[in-house]
Design a protein around this ligand. Structure first.
Ligand code: GLV
Length: 386
């Protein structure tokens, strides 16, 4: 018999059984579920990534909804099991949901929630931090210092790239890409080149207005350009940050050919999804071009890095922490819980998933709505009029 999976139970007499595959930051999400008649079971297994079998065991034969994580494979097996257990709701505690087979959820009439709107600035800040860390060789310098190698100031010691006046390239100028662009433009007075299928009028207006402000103050104005092709961004930009969603069209978007057209001293940042970069090709490129630098939050085969990457001094690597600020992670937990609770209660779906502040006010009762259900249309779920 399979080993029983360890859980912690809140409000054991609750009418609805909700499972969370992980403990999540904050307590508001727990309080909201338990105050609304949910029996909450939080998985306390020590292993980081749960298997499909582990999650099947958690779902059991009666379960109304599950809060899951981006490391889990949510497909036909889990959605059909959730349906058989009487469930109607699943929410990823993430904005991205490339780990979820939404078609399978549709077939099983399971609503799929995600958590947009709370991680925009936090994720953009990490992408900005990686950009600066890579450009100014912060990690290499830190390691050098801790190794006791610093024996005095030297003109050549850890010389990196100045950002001011250079060009920042953004591929995918949606919420996070635009927030990142603004940080780099406002913070470092960089010029912008971006590629997106959609025009980012707000971003363009911001750069124009900021450029006018700088000019009026006797400074060099910043400029913007919407590129006709992704290649134009790769050729022209000094720092490039990737912000597309991962799908068939963006898998290995950065490949050997595209790496080859980038500037030899460019900085490439990825805080979107690992498979957007061909990581084997990237390692080769880093080896051949020591002045080319990367800042990576995500990896092709998480939690692993492709061979050789860990040895590259021109790579800054962090373990998928772009959304890891306290406010954001607590907000994500709250939104994921409210997606599941809202569906169980038969609430409609919030009209604008990017304007989720009303759900996040600490001491207020959240709106009677699901904050963000990605397959609301396919399931014919009603929209909130609130
Ligand atoms: C994190 O990577 C997310 O998609 O929320």
């Amino acid at each position: 018999m399979a080993k029983p999976i360890s859980i912690e139970v809140w409000n054991p007499s609750g009418k609805y059984r909700v499972v969370s595959t992980k403990s999540m930051p904050g307590t508001r999400w727990i309080n909201l579920l338990t105050a609304n008649d949910c029996r909450l079971e939080i998985c306390t297994e020590k292993k980081t990534i749960l298997s499909v079998d582990d999650i099947l065991a958690l779902i059991g034969d009666r379960c109304d909804g599950v809060i899951g994580q981006l490391t889990e494979e949510w497909g036909e097996v889990l959605f059909s099991a959730l349906k058989r257990a009487g469930g109607t709701a699943f929410s990823n505690m993430a904005v991205g949901y490339n780990n979820v087979d939404v078609e399978a959820a549709n077939r099983n009439a399971i609503a799929v929630g995600n958590t947009p709107g709370v991680l925009t600035e936090t994720t953009a800040e990490l992408a900005a931090a990686l950009s600066v860390a890579a450009a100014r060789r912060i990690v290499e310098a830190d390691q050098f210092m801790r190794a006791g190698l610093y024996d005095g100031w030297l003109p050549h010691l850890f010389v990196g790239n100045l950002l001011k006046g250079q060009t920042v390239g953004v591929i995918g100028a949606g919420r996070i890409g635009s927030a990142y662009a603004r940080m780099m433009i406002e913070g470092f007075k960089m010029n912008l080149i971006y590629y997106d299928l959609y025009q980012s009028t707000r971003l363009e207006k911001f750069v124009t207005a900021y450029g006018q402000f700088l000019k009026a103050n006797g400074e060099q104005p910043v400029t913007w350009k919407r590129a006709a092709t992704m290649e134009d961004v790769l050729r022209e930009a000094d720092v490039i940050s990737l912000h597309p969603v991962l799908d068939k069209t963006t898998y290995h978007l950065i490949n050997p050919e595209r790496l080859a057209i980038m500037k030899k001293e460019a900085v490439l940042v990825n805080a979107s999804r690992g498979p957007v970069i061909d990581e084997v090709a990237l390692v080769e490129h880093l080896k051949a071009n020591p002045m080319f630098r990367v800042g990576l939050d995500v990896f092709e085969d998480e939690p692993y890095m492709k061979p050789g990457l860990a040895d590259m001094k021109n790579a800054v690597v962090v373990p998928h922490i772009a959304s890891a600020s306290k406010w954001t992670r607590e907000g994500m937990a709250t939104l994921a819980a409210l997606n599941v609770l809202g569906k169980i209660k038969g609430y409609p779906v919030w009209g604008n998933p990017n304007m989720v502040e009303p759900f996040l006010k600490e001491d207020a009762t959240p709106p009677a709505a699901c904050p963000s259900i990605v397959n609301a249309k396919q399931l014919g779920l009603p929209s909130s009029k609130l």
